[in-house]
Design a protein around this ligand. Structure first.
Ligand code: OGA
Ligand code: NI
Length: 359
């Protein structure tokens, strides 16, 4: 599809502020071959469920085995008994809902298209780079170290900073437990991934997918992989997340108080391709708005990422080159969100025996 001029079809305006469409504007309509085909989505089999209550008990090894299988085969799993308090989850979902029902001018005042801003409200994915927009508004901000960012967060709703600050701290504790378990599941020292992430980074988004009059023509988010290490997603009570598995899109129905965890691109690299950063997407629906809250746990920008040395062997030579996370992240935001992940820009071609000169 050629580049079209959708500028008259809105870009820098949030969708939820004009959510009275009878039909979506042209700028959101995907070409026929790229549409979600919702009637072909599998509803029956989903992703593994891991109960983390035994992670610190005598069955730790069994939990680690389940995590290994899930990261290898699905790239996705859900967790329960994860340590994040139910009341913290509930108040975070409540404050997110409140944020998106506040007056439009307030959210529009936080608007920015610049992905390098640590706190911003935006729409679609990357409006500067896209040909077709996505049916999503989002608030995105950094969360770690908390004291560096919390004062930049929205000041309304009044409880936002307190509630979401607590949420971030509890989710981070969960992630640190998962990083240790995942390190062990790869046969690495428990602190391997923790150390590989440098000073660490944590970002989160409040995704708002307004009710959509034509869910078959557009996406909330098209198929993509996450650029970070590990994503911990809180789905509200409306479904929309779909994971690509065995050549088919599979719906992941929300389970109250569970989190969906997925392998991001950095974990695929650090594990030298043993764990997979799997393509997923969010679809929208015509009956109700959906909120989801992903936490993107990541290396600090200066962290140097490369396959873990013990996982580079004669049978599995290094599949990725060394780079800083800043370099990767810049590459990720330099284009629209698309199924071709930016991982391919960082691969090593092990089949090239002789250096070839390009002409
Ligand atoms: C994301 C994402 C899925 C969802 O924000 O990267 O994949 O269900 N979200 O909102
Ligand atoms: Ni994602």
């Amino acid at each position: 599809m050629g580049k079209q001029n959708f500028s008259d079809e809105r870009a820098s305006r949030l969708i939820c502020d004009t959510n009275n469409y009878l039909q979506i504007p042209r700028g959101y309509i995907r070409p026929k071959s790229e549409r979600p085909k919702l009637n072909e989505v599998a509803l029956s089999h989903s992703i593994p469920m891991v109960d983390l209550s035994d992670l610190h008990g005598c069955s730790r090894q069994s939990v680690i085995d389940q995590i290994r299988r899930a990261c290898k085969e699905d790239g996705f799993f859900q967790v329960v008994n994860h340590g994040v308090q139910e009341k913290v989850i509930k108040s975070t979902l409540d404050v997110a809902k409140e944020f998106f029902t506040m007056p439009a001018e307030y959210r529009q005042g936080l608007y920015s298209d610049d992905p390098s801003r640590p706190v911003r409200m935006s729409t679609s994915f990357n409006v500067q780079k896209e040909e077709v927009y996505n049916w999503r508004d989002y608030l995105r901000h950094h969360c770690y170290p908390l004291e560096d960012y919390i004062n930049e967060w929205p000041s309304e709703p009044r409880t936002y900073r307190e509630v979401v600050g607590k949420y971030c701290t509890e989710v981070r504790a969960l992630v640190l437990n998962l990083l240790a378990a995942i390190s062990e599941s790869l046969g690495l020292e428990p602190d391997f991934l923790n150390k590989a992430l440098g000073k660490h980074g944590q970002h989160m988004a409040l995704n708002y997918y307004p009710r959509c009059p034509n869910p078959e023509l557009t996406f909330g988010l098209p198929g993509h992989t996450d650029p970070n290490v590990l994503t911990v997603l809180l789905q509200g009570n409306v479904s929309g997340l779909q994971v690509f598995k065995n050549g088919q899109w599979c719906a992941v129905e929300p389970i109250p108080n569970a989190f969906v965890v997925n392998v991001g691109d950095q974990l695929q690299v650090l594990s030298n391709g043993i764990y997979k950063s799997v393509i997923h997407r969010a679809v929208v629906n015509s009956t109700e708005a959906r909120i989801s809250i992903p936490t993107f746990y990541c290396p600090s920008p200066d962290a140097v990422i490369e396959p873990a040395a013990p996982l580079v062997t004669k049978d599995n030579p290094a599949q990725y080159r060394k780079y800083t996370y800043a370099e990767y992240y810049q590459n990720f935001w330099s284009k629209g969100l698309e199924a071709k992940s930016c991982l391919k820009c960082f691969t090593v071609d092990n089949n090239v025996a002789v250096t070839q000169t390009k002409n």
